[in-house]
Design a binder for this molecule. Sequence first.
Ligand SMILES: [Zn+2]
Length: 288
Amino acid sequence: MSDYMVRGTAVNGELRFFAAITTETAEFAREAHNLSPIATAALGRLLTAGTMMGPMMKNDDDVLTIKIDCEGPIKGLTVTADSKGNVRGYVKNPDVFLPATPEGKLNVADALDLGVLSVIRDEGLKEPYVGQTILETSEIAEDLTYYFANSEQTPSSVALGVLMNRENTVRKAGGFIIQVMPGFSDETAAALEERLSKIPSVTTMLDEGLMPEDIMNRLLEGMDPVFTDKIPVGFRCTCSREHTADMLRALSKEELREIVDEGKDIEVKCNFCGKAYNFTVAELQEML
Ligand SMILES: [Zn+2]
């Protein structure tokens, strides 16, 4: 079953929700970047958020960037997403290893430690929208909850989960975002809180084999969830040989001259997907 996200509303539009299964997306990222289990969990969570937050944008060309700069050993994470379910991303240190938490879980919080979460939305306007929040728990889902509350004034519940197999491949990944819409009633807020306190963690539900629709139906039981969209999602990079050549051409003459004078073919790797592009000295010479 390929990855996808669903969205919809509940309680006559007082709530809106997004839910995604992203197992293949997280596994693709793990393989492309040779990520340690903690790095897989951290990037998998942020990519899952990207698959749901990308489609919150209106236009086809809009680009969302979610960036975490942090002091922990993972050093930083970057994810970009479009409005059509395409995401890509990387971590600064893919080799981070830490002992498990006392509960036996991957210690994402200590891998990130203190830091700042930035959400940048380029919607084709003169200036992109930038919202920032300090990491509160460094578990990513809670940090995004704080981001939505503080920067977008939208009370939200964000859950993100990545579950690993014993041999360190991704077993399940996914999550959901539920938001209350302007004009929501106190009863709706209270009912949602009640439902949230009663359901198992998103990783438990994913491990039970629940799909995004099942998770939302379970969570929003009695709140009339209506599904409006189902969008295929996946890890897709926009890099190309031409783009990479353009980047090289954008270097200063001196920098390019230095590379040519070294007399060696070069390999340029895409940060986002790890794909390598090779350029010969002759090609570099031509760029000069
Ligand atoms: Zn790429």
